[in-house]
Structure formats: C-alpha cells, structure tokens
Design a protein around this ligand. Structure first.
Ligand code: HEM
Length: 392
C-alpha cells in the first residue's frame, strides 16, 4: 500500500520551507498527497519535475478543476471570470497574455525605474526624518510596490488609499470565501469606474492602453484587479522577508552590494514566497515514474523545488554569489510571472538603497518575535520592526 501524506506547513525557521518537504523529496520527486477535501492527488518536490509539470500543456491551470492542498482556502475554485487569465489555459490565456505583454514595454519599465528610485528615496527620507525604530513593512516594503503598481495602471493618487485598503483586506486571512467574492466584486466596481474614466480621457498608462483594444469593461476590471493583487503583496513580501534574511545572515547585506542582480535572484530562490502552484491533468499522464490520472490535482511545491540539492549545491544556504537563475520563484511555462522584470527592478533599486542609507540597520526585536505570514497564500512577514544608529 502506498502511504499518503498531507501538505507539510510548519516552518523550522522564518526562511526555510517545512523540513518534511526535503524528506519527501528523498522518496522521489513526486509523492501521493491527501487533500483536505478528501481528494487524493500528488505533490511534486523535485526541481526538474516541477518545471516539467508547469511547462506541460496537458496540465491545466483552471481554478474549477483544482483541489487545494491547504484548508485555508475554498477547496474547489469557481471558473475564472473573463480576464483572470492566470486561471485559464491556452488559447484563452494566450490571447490575454499577448495583450498584456504588449503593455509591459521597455519604455514603460524604464520610466517606472526612475519612479521606483524616487519612491524609494521618499520612503527612506521619511524613515530617516522619523528616526528609529520603524516597521519596515509599513515604511518601505509595502508602499514602494503599491505606488509602482498604481502608477503602472494609472490609478489617480486620490483613489490609491481606497484601492490599497481593499486589496489588503482581500488578501487577509480573516475573510470567508463568500466575503472574498463580495470584496472582489467591490474592488472590481472601483476599477470599472476607473476604466470608464480612461475610456473618456485616455492617458499613457497601462489601463488606458488596454482600453484601445477589444476588451470589455468587465475583462478590463478583472485584469486591473489581478495586476493590483499580483503587484502588491508579492514584491512587498520579497522586500520585507528579504531584508529580514539579509539582517539575519552576517555579511549578506555587504555581499548584496557586490552583484545586486545575482543577489536578488538568490533571494528569490531562497525565499520562494509563492510556496506552491496547483495544476490538474486533462488526461492520464506518466510523471516521474508514477501514473497521474486525469483530474488528480498536482501541487507543485516551488519552495521545495528551489531547495532541490539535485539542482542547487547546498540549497539551504543563502549564497548571494550563487548563480541561481534557474529558480522557479516566478513559476515556469506559459504562466511564468508577467511582472517579473518589474519586480526585479523594484528589488534591485530598493535593497541597495536601504542598506546604503542605513548601514547599521538591525532588527528592533528578537527574530523569534517577527510575525510570519504562515497563514497566507504569499509567505512573508506581517511586520518587520527595525532600528539603526541615528546621528545624535
Ligand atoms: C517578487 C515578486 C513576484 C513573485 C515572487 C511573483 C510570482 C509569480 C508566480 C509564481 C506566478 C505563476 C502563477 C502560476 O503559474 O499559476 C506569477 C504569475 C503572474 N504574476 Fe507575478 N510575482 C511577482 C511580482 C509580480 C508583479 C510586480 C506583477 C505585476 C505587475 C505580477 C503579475 C503577475 C501576473 C499577471 C501573473 C499571471 C501570468 C499568467 O498567468 O500568464 N507579478 N507570479
């Protein structure tokens, strides 16, 4: 009889994935997994097999097909509304993705880089003025991506606090599934108003660009919602948890300043803040020596794949000089993160600026007291109290 296991959750340290994942990987890159709703599916922990699943068109990303391995969310999703292409398969996915790729232009990213530098400076100035201690999440990690994604979309400054408050509420653990759908409808309403305004008076932002195509208001509102959601929490958590990791590894902050591009890739690999993705095969598939039947959900642990010793030497070490470009922190295959270049620019600008401004930056509480987002779809920290030596 094959032993089945449930999704490991508890983390041994703030930076390491559950220790059981490594033990499971020793059994093989794919093992049977019992899902909380009673479904019997699979868990992939190997790096090569993770990429194989994510690149295989026989595996669907549709939300109504998948079972989730943790009980914190609805066990089965609803079909994606028009525009929510992260939960669609080709050819629907391809159509939306092409429209969006055309909007993530080099010119727009270059202009955003200058804004990221400005916004970072503004946050650091405010921290310095106020003096230590500070919550790095509220003062730095959250506002930088928030301003950037709002500028990318063209959310007017006056509307930003309302958008960000709704999105923060939506990503929190306290809402029931029904409340989440209601909150989603409310944000969509806000974005629809914005779309109407862009149609009447287009500017050179991304939403205005999309209104020139043949997408209807519902599709545009959903795409706007998805970009806000994807752009806010992810980068914010990389900035906060990344800073935490740099502070807890002696010499790491100095090493970061050596080759920042490489250091950012290593932080992405080491932290893999999107812990897993779920895919469902549309037909029976032979995978890593087992037969996965049509409809059996496969949870791909990005966190485990990025710690696979078969791919990365001493994977549990944070080694900022490592070439970790093949990590799967941004996913892999057709759904690989659309905003990855933007996220990279944000991190490449923000980390060095933070440590250059505050060379004596340190935690203001013992590491064990930093509240971790173990209860959230995107891992990170809720708050990061920090201090530094302020001039007398
Ligand atoms: C460090 C920050 C980020 C991380 C770790 C991250 C991670 C990911 C991952 C793992 C996926 C794959 C989802 C899947 O296959 O189901 C993804 C997709 C996506 N990301 Fe990101 N992301 C980040 C930042 C961003 C930003 C800043 C944006 C927007 C500006 C963004 C927009 C998207 C979109 C639209 C998708 C869906 C792409 C598709 O389905 O074709 N992400 N991201």
């Amino acid at each position: 009889m094959t032993e089945t296991i449930t999704m490991p959750i508890g983390r041994p340290t703030p930076f390491d994935p559950p220790a059981e994942l490594a033990l499971l990987r020793e059994r093989g890159p794919i093992v049977p997994l019992a899902y909380p709703d009673g479904h019997q599916g699979w868990l992939v922990t190997g790096h090569a097999l993770a990429r194989e699943v994510l690149a295989d068109p026989r595996f669907s990303a549709r939300s109504e097909l998948r079972h989730l391995p943790t009980a914190s969310e609805a066990p089965r999703g609803r079909p994606a509304p028009p525009g929510l292409f992260v939960a669609m398969d080709p050819p629907e996915h391809t159509r939306y993705r092409h429209l969006l790729t055309g909007e993530f232009t080099v010119r727009r990213m270059r202009r955003l880089t200058e804004r990221i530098e400005e916004v970072t400076r503004t946050c650091l100035d405010a921290m310095e003025r106020q003096g230590p201690p500070a919550d790095l999440v509220a003062a730095f990690a959250a506002p930088i991506p928030a301003v950037v994604i709002c500028e990318l979309l063209g959310v007017p400054e006056a509307d930003r606090p309302a958008f960000i408050a709704q999105m923060t509420r939506l990503s929190g653990p306290e809402l029931t599934v029904e409340e989440k759908y209601a909150a989603f409808a409310a944000v969509q309403g806000q974005i629809k108003e914005l779309v109407t305004a862009k149609r009447a008076a287009p500017s050179d932002d991304l939403l205005s660009g999309l209104t020139r195509g043949d997408l209807d208001d519902d599709e545009l509102a959903t795409i706007g919602f998805m970009l806000l959601g994807a752009g806010l929490d992810t980068t914010a958590n990389m900035l906060a948890l990344g800073t935490f990791a740099l502070l807890e590894h002696p010499g790491a902050a100095a090493a970061l300043l050596g080759d920042v591009d490489q250091a950012v890739e290593e932080l992405l690999r080491y932290l893999s803040i999107v812990p897993f993705l779920v895919r469902t095969p549309l037909e029976d598939v032979d995978l890593g020596g087992v037969r996965v039947a049509k409809g059996e959900s496969v949870t791909v642990s990005l966190a485990a794949a990025d710690r696979d010793p078969g791919r990365f030497h001493s994977p549990d070490l944070l080694d900022l000089a490592r070439r970790s470009g093949s990590h799967v922190a941004f996913g892999h295959g057709v759904h690989q993160c659309l905003g990855q270049q933007l996220a990279r620019v944000e991190m490449r600008v923000a980390f060095p600026a933070l440590f250059a401004r505050f060379p004596s930056l340190r935690l203001a509480v013992p590491a064990a007291e930093v509240p971790l987002r173990t209860d959230m779809a995107i891992y990170g920290v809720h708050r990061l109290p920090v201090a530094w030596d302020a001039p007398q």
